[in-house]
Design a protein around this ligand. Structure first.
Ligand code: ZN
Length: 377
């Protein structure tokens, strides 16, 4: 017997306790401000996203999925035992950096395990058919985390361990990970660099962070050659340019790969207001990208889609982007209403929303030329 489409939501108040410390540039001397500036990875961002989802009646249309604490076994599919021990050790102190720019506070190892375990729980729920798709609104994010160190606010690589969960526990053959966080998903790329069973596609601002990662000619090695797809884009590429990338690169390659599960590393830091990047995506852009991935999942794998939260640092806007993604998963309200853009109509008429810049056009052309060695696009 068929049932209505069900979408799961992973959220836990403990995600809000992940403590990065006060500020991002505290080690610079002389520190220029009289007061410390709050670290951009604030608990308010994920908290507000959840709050908006409650206010707009989205949460009540989703099925709650409880996160688990990821076990050593689940984390060591990627991370080294030495790294796990180091994170545990740091979490016993008043806090410190798990690598480069990924600080945790006291007890932070448990929150990071809960983030990885939340994404794993979302995969479990989708693979067992408890839900059709799921949004893991987790924190800290994961896509920069390498096997042996945290990086860029990320402690454990949530998407990587969740993809391996699908393969090792649920017998999935092929996983697609689409990473639209504005920074490059270096940790995820490294995990599957020589592995053709996981197709990694990253859309990001060209050479933003980490330096040197995500050039279009980084395509994987050995058996994995062609299964890493990098689309570096110039600052200012907005809804229209991203739409072009989805139409000409992401969707055609995803269809040919024919995944059994789609995971989206969803950072909402390509938004028009983000302090850490220079893209111009608005709410409708995130809706279109979400719909594209729902379409790929529907076509290839009965809709099996897990969206996991990565970055997003505009305090008043990123939460709207995340809530819009969740709303896209469950569908608009009965009268067809979507969450209104707090930026107003201007969001849809700015140049980046309606036209393709010349530098974006040439960046897309370059990426296509490289991918044509591997895919019919
Ligand atoms: Zn990011």
């Amino acid at each position: 017997m068929s049932r209505d489409r069900l979408v799961g939501l992973v959220f836990d108040d403990r995600y809000l306790t992940h403590n990065t410390g006060l500020d991002l540039i505290e080690d610079r001397s002389p520190y220029p401000f009289a007061e410390p500036v709050a670290h951009p990875s604030s608990p308010a961002l994920v908290g507000r996203a959840k709050h908006l989802m409650d206010l707009f009646g989205i949460t009540e249309r989703m099925r709650r999925i409880d996160p688990i604490l990821a076990s050593d076994e689940q984390l060591t599919v990627y991370h080294t035992p030495e790294y796990l021990a180091r994170v545990t050790e740091i979490a016993r102190t008043d806090g410190g950096d798990t690598g480069s720019g990924a600080p945790i506070g006291r007890g932070g190892d448990r929150v990071a395990r809960l983030a990885a375990g939340g994404t794993i729980a979302a995969v479990d729920a989708v693979m067992t058919g408890e839900v059709d798709a799921a949004y893991a609104l987790v924190r800290p994010p994961g896509h920069h985390a390498m096997a042996d160190e945290g990086m860029g606010f990320c402690v454990f690589n949530n998407a990587v361990v969740a993809a391996r969960q699908a393969q090792h526990v649920h017998g999935v053959a092929r996983v697609l990970i689409l990473d639209w966080d504005v920074h490059h998903g270096n940790g995820t790329q490294a995990a599957f660099w020589d592995d053709p069973s996981v197709l990694f596609i990253s859309l990001h601002q060209d050479d933003l962070y980490p330096p040197g990662w995500g050039a279009a000619d980084q395509v994987g090695i050995g058996d994995g050659e062609g299964f890493t797809v990098n689309v570096p884009l110039p600052a200012g590429t907005g809804n229209f340019g991203y739409g072009e990338v989805f139409a000409t690169i992401v969707v055609p390659i995803a269809r040919q790969f024919d995944p059994d599960l789609v995971i989206v590393s969803a950072g909402q830091d390509a938004s028009v207001f983000d302090p850490l990047a220079r893209m111009s995506i608005t709410l409708s852009g995130y809706r279109v990208m979400s719909e594209a991935m729902m379409g790929v999942a529907a076509e290839c794998c009965e809709g099996r889609l897990v969206i996991t939260q990565e970055g997003g640092y505009a305090p008043h806007y990123a939460p709207y982007c995340s809530a819009t993604i969740a709303q896209t998963l469950v569908g608009s309200t009965a009268d067809g209403e979507w969450i209104p853009d707090p930026y107003g109509e201007r969001a849809e008429t700015q140049p980046a929303s309606v036209e393709l810049g010349l530098d974006a056009a040439s960046a897309i052309e370059r990426a296509i030329a490289i991918q044509r060695r591997y895919w019919a696009i």
